[in-house]
Design a protein around this ligand. Structure first.
Ligand code: ADP
Length: 485
């Protein structure tokens, strides 16, 4: 069944390499399915090392001209891309919902969020300032220039099919780099549609290449290439570590946005309404499949029962279904493996003494749908405390003191996002300073924005995306000692 796109040209079943839409050399394809229905949406090429090699060559060639353009000219092209994304927001949202499953309203939200990075970096393109440093001897001047890092590779996950691409490619294109994008095999259609819009916006052929197919082969070719100077990856810590190893021989710059295990701490002095509202969005956005999603709810004894009751009540009221249906708040999970992991985490917690306060099982619709679930009295040795569930399950742990909350929150190798709800200003400062996380939401459950630095510490990664920090990841610092003048 064809997707009802307003602009059917946005549905591409070919890779974009050097301005050409091409299939795999051997003609092989990958099926793209709708996780809500199982329906076949499209077949995209199963590219490998050879196709990736050609994309790298195309990027290298295209970059020569692109880096030489005025910042203002690159900025104007990105601005057009931003406008095209907004113009086609409905189609892009439908592509996202169809291949990824999130509710259409969230798909639309993601399109706006994704476009915001293009807008932001279109503006930042003009501000990649260097420096003039007071000279250390007479007859010399000291200049610091900023140069584009070179050809970049962007390997992106399925949970945010549009935003993870623009957050990486946006700053790269802005400063004059060309790149090769490898989207997740579950969600290539959004990436290919962005390729169509990039072309229409006027990005020269070869500046935006999109290669679909075998992750191992494409990732291997991208990391082995000495031409690729920068890898930006969002995905699991396990694959991130593997890619870092593969990048070592060619000493690439890397940005790594890896797994999280976000604590959501509710203190006794929190405003209950605010805490529950923040918890709902931090937990159930994208069916819990977000790397900054709340994974462990740490709730102080004095507010525990009230918070648990409210969260369970609101969770049970969420409408589960196909993201294209009206008022759906929670879509399907991405695949059966994801559903099984959620089941295992619940079974393990219950076996160790937790109680199910809401949900707890697959949804009656079957397929990949799961009930929004709240678990209370979860013991700290439950697997869900130490592993990212990536599903619609809120496990509630109990604590007594602030010190205990901080120790529990930091008791993980991960350090991406953390949340806390409290009103006491002293406590807010003490706790945010003690939390070993790259991003902290205080009385806020949704913290991602293009204007702020996104990224983690510890096993959650390296580097920052978005904001003025994000552009630095694509710039080299070049020092020139200018003498003889
Ligand atoms: P997720 O659990 O989100 O699928 P992964 O880390 O497995 O996380 O995948 C994130 C991205 O990394 C996807 O685009 C996937 O295709 C890609 N990927 C997976 N394995 C490899 C690999 N060996 N080399 C390069 N990329 C990979």
């Amino acid at each position: 069944a064809a997707l009802p796109l307003k602009d059917p040209e946005l549905l591409k079943q070919a890779m974009l390499i050097g301005g050409q839409w091409v299939g795999a050399d051997d003609g092989r394809t990958i099926d793209v399915r709708n996780p809500a229905t199982g329906a076949l949406l499209a077949r995209v090429p199963r590219g490998g090392a050879a196709e990736t090699g050609r994309a790298i060559e195309a990027a290298e060639k295209a970059m020569r001209g692109w880096r030489g353009a005025l910042a203002r000219e690159r900025s104007a092209v990105l601005r057009r891309l931003y406008e095209l994304m907004l113009e086609h927001a409905d189609d892009l949202a439908l592509l996202i919902t169809s291949e990824q499953g999130k509710p259409l309203a969230e798909g639309r939200g993601e399109v706006l969020y994704a476009a915001s990075f293009i807008e932001w970096f279109a503006e930042e393109a003009k501000r990649a300032y260097g420096d003039i440093i007071p000279q250390n001897m007479h007859g010399r001047r000291i200049l610091v220039q900023k140069a584009p890092v070179g050809v970049f590779a962007a390997i992106t996950p399925w949970n945010f099919p549009a935003a993870m691409i623009t957050r990486k490619a946006g700053p790269g294109w802005a400063v004059g780099c060309a790149g090769v994008i490898k989207p997740a095999s579950q969600t290539p259609l959004t990436a290919l549609a962005l390729g169509v819009l990039a072309e229409r916006a006027g990005l020269p052929a070869g500046v935006c290449n999109v290669v679909t197919g075998s992750a191992g082969e494409i990732g291997g070719a991208l990391t082995a290439s000495p031409v690729v100077r920068k890898l930006s990856f969002t995905g699991s810590t396990e694959i991130g570590a593997l890619l870092l190893e593969q990048c070592a021989p060619t000493i690439k710059r890397t940005s790594m946005e890896l797994g999280g295990n976000a604590p959501f701490i509710v203190f006794d002095d929190a405003d209950l309404e605010t805490a529950v509202a923040a918890a709902m969005v931090a937990k159930y956005r994208n069916s819990g499949q977000s790397c900054v999603g709340a994974n462990r709810f740490l709730v102080q004894a004095g507010i525990y029962d009230r918070f648990a009751a409210r969260l369970a009540g609101e969770s049970a009221r969420l409408r589960v279904g196909d993201g294209t249906e009206a008022d759906v708040a929670v879509g399907p999970l991405i695949d059966d493996k994801a559903v099984r992991k959620v089941e295992e985490h619940i079974a393990d917690a219950v076996a160790k003494g937790a109680c199910v306060a809401a949900g707890g099982a697959r949804h009656e619709r079957g397929g990949l749908f799961f009930q929004p679930t709240v678990l209370t009295g979860v013991p700290r040795d439950a697997a869900i405390f130490s592993e990212e569930t990536f599903g619609p399950v809120a496990p509630l742990f109990r604590f007594d003191t602030e010190e205990e909350a901080i120790a529990l929150a930091n008791d993980t190798p991960f350090g991406l996002a953390a949340y806390l709800c409290a009103r006491d200003a002293g406590r807010i400062f003490r706790v945010t300073e003690a939390l070993e996380f790259g991003m902290i939401g205080v009385n806020e459950g949704l913290i991602s924005t293009e204007v702020a630095p996104f990224g983690g510490v510890k096993a959650s990664g390296l580097g920052r995306e978005g904001s003025r920090y994000g552009i630095e990841e694509y710039l080299e610092t070049k020092y020139v000692a200018l003498g003889g003048i």
